[in-house]
Design a protein around this ligand. Structure first.
Ligand code: PLP
Length: 394
């Protein structure tokens, strides 16, 4: 199958077909290869594999056929030369940083990124001499001002979690390249169905496959996509030695998830827009964050950069934390869990969960209000979701 010319396939076709190589058994669905190592025909063949003279499998920390199918499929969908799968989304970010950066290098990052990424940059990479400056996602001048001679990497997530702020990928890619930096985009909220950062000039795309790529809340995993040089050498070079590789089973779950990604994302987007419009009408709601609403301050950039606005809706309730917890505790259908991108709608209080490890000052700077609630809109009937929320608001 991979022998075929896939360059003119559309995204939905790539999602179903790319990367599959049938074995001699003629299986229709992709097989799982749960094996830690691979056998060689002879001592000489083993030596040739280990020296790199002969390509092929050695050990599943390095390569695994099921993992490779997932990697090739996601690479094709993002339009990248190479994808490397990782054990989690955080492992994808860690492997990118440790594979491409050196002691003394500097990162400029959006301040509106996933809570664990902030902690990774601020408290862990800093111990190894890699410093990070955090800037406002939507302020291109602030990014430019933060760049130093030793800056190597610009990092962002768009739309951001949980405030759905949009970063202008094209502009920030230009800024990065003028300064010999790489632009890394965490594309978790959009997936390649809604936004393809490499086409907009980004150098590396990060995924938490845990979210929409699986889409059914089953497995933890991640991926890095980009050029052969950056990802195939830099990131993979670190990963195969350090070891946060994806398991064959998880790769299989994710690659089957990719097959339904386009139809799932379309449904998530449609329900999220309906919910956001409804929330805007509620007197108890102070503010709604959803890029698909004309009231979103970056609505125009969002619809230029993304083909739809995604499945995450956040809103601030009047009444702060008490009101937020009361609404969350009143729901019967929605799941109180921090995961997102699931078929099941989830509801979270970011200030005390995903962003709870940040200092109150950092949280305030990032705009995480105590009354903020994040909803990842699932695939249940939207009328049932709205009914569940209106009970708690009423
Ligand atoms: C969840 C998430 C991550 C981390 O992924 P894990 O799979 O949980 O390690 C990174 N970035 C974003 C935007 C996320 O939502």
């Amino acid at each position: 199958m991979s022998e075929h010319d896939i360059t003119d396939w559309q995204l939905a076709t790539l999602a179903v077909r790319a990367g599959q190589e049938r074995t001699a058994e003629g299986e229709h669905a992709e097989p799982i290869f749960p094996t830690s190592s691979y056998v060689f025909g002879s001592a000489a063949e083993a030596a040739a594999r280990f020296s790199g003279e002969q390509p092929g499998n050695i050990y599943s920390r390095f390569t695994n056929p099921t993992v490779r199918t997932f990697e090739q499929r996601l690479a094709a969908m993002e339009g990248g030369e190479r994808c490397v799968a990782t054990s989690s989304g955080m492992a994808a970010i860690l492997s990118t940083c440790l594979g491409l950066l050196n002691q003394g290098d500097h990162i400029v990052s959006s301040q509106s990124i996933f809570g664990s990424t902030v902690v990774l940059f601020d408290q862990h990479l800093s111990r190894f001499g890699i410093e990070t400056t955090f800037v406002a996602q939507d302020d291109v001048q602030a990014w430019a001002d933060a760049i130093r001679p030793e800056t190597r990497l610009l990092f962002l997530e768009t739309p951001s979690n949980p405030l759905t702020e949009i970063a202008d990928i094209r502009k920030l890619a230009e800024l990065a390249h003028q300064n010999d930096c790489l632009l890394v985009v965490d594309n978790c909220f959009c997936t390649p169905i809604l936004q393809r950062p490499l086409e907009l000039g980004a150098d590396i795309v990060i995924h938490s496959a845990t979210k929409y790529l699986d889409g059914q809340g089953r497995c933890v995993g991640g991926a890095v996509v980009g050029s052969e040089q950056l990802v195939g050498e830099g990131v993979y070079g670190f990963l195969r030695t350090a070891g946060p590789t994806m398991s064959a089973f998880n790769a299989w779950v994710f690659l089957k998830g990719l097959e339904t990604l386009k139809v799932r994302i379309a449904a998530h987007c449609q329900s999220a827009l309906t919910l956001a419009q409804w929330l805007e009408q509620q007197v108890q709601v102070e503010r709604v964050y959803y890029p698909g609403l004309p009231s979103h301050p970056q609505h125009e950039l969002a619809i230029r950069q993304m083909s739809a606005a995604g499945g995450i809706v956040s809103f601030v309730l009047k009444g702060g934390k008490d009101a937020a917890w009361r609404l969350i505790d009143s729901t019967r259908l929605l799941s109180i869990t921090a995961n997102l991108g699931d078929t099941k709608t989830t509801i979270t209080h970011p200030a005390t969960t995903t962003h709870g490890r940040m200092t109150p000052e950092a949280r305030q700077a990032a705009g995480i209000d105590d009354g903020l609630i994040r909803i990842s809109v699932g695939l249940e009937d939207i009328d049932d979701i709205i009914r569940d929320l209106s009970t708690g608001l009423g």
